[in-house]
Design a protein around this ligand. Structure first.
Ligand code: MG
Length: 170
């Protein structure tokens, strides 16, 4: 049986994942307006992924017969100075998400909640992947900085990203 404390923390995480989705949708709009339609597409896929993360937590609370409470989603930034600034903000944000997942793990561990620890293990791996991707994007944007042709190649490459349903939802 899941504790009240962990239920509340997971409900907060659902809100954080939805906020992440909203942030990436906002970044996608700014990128589209700046003319980077490929990178805007990459962020649109990221928006879908974040909603899937929220859904995984929602399904988990259902499986534990716990109540899902959907809190309001806070406002997000709407404009950035550059593509690099968007990538850097993305990494900074994902580092905060990693800390939140680690905190959920700490609660589950304190409570000897093996089921929750098992579910959270997938998110630990997911955050490693997210942060690795973000560092790669920052590296690529720094390499291409001031070179319009290189930025167009990056835009084209990131525009090829496909959405894959995260494995816990399959
Ligand atoms: Mg996420």
């Amino acid at each position: 049986m899941i504790s009240e404390k962990l239920t509340e923390a997971i409900n907060q995480q659902i809100n954080a994942e939805m906020w992440s989705a909203y942030l990436y949708l906002s970044m996608s709009q700014d990128l589209y307006k700046k003319g980077f339609k490929g990178i805007a597409h990459w962020y649109k896929v990221q928006f879908l992924e974040e909603q899937a993360h929220a859904e995984i937590f929602i399904n988990y609370l259902h499986s534990q017969d716990a109540r899902v409470i959907l809190a309001p989603i806070a406002e997000v930034q709407t404009e950035w100075d550059s593509v690099l600034a968007i990538f850097e903000d993305t990494w900074a944000h994902e580092k905060r998400v990693t800390a939140m997942i680690n905190n959920l793990c700490d609660i589950a561990e304190d409570e000897h909640d093996r089921a929750a620890q098992n579910m959270l293990a997938w998110f630990i791996d997911e955050q490693i992947e997210e942060e690795e991707n973000d560092r790669e994007l920052i590296f690529q944007a720094k390499m291409a900085e001031g070179d319009n042709a290189a930025m167009m190649v990056l835009d084209c490459e990131l525009g090829k990203r496909e959405y894959h349903t995260p494995s816990p939802l399959k």
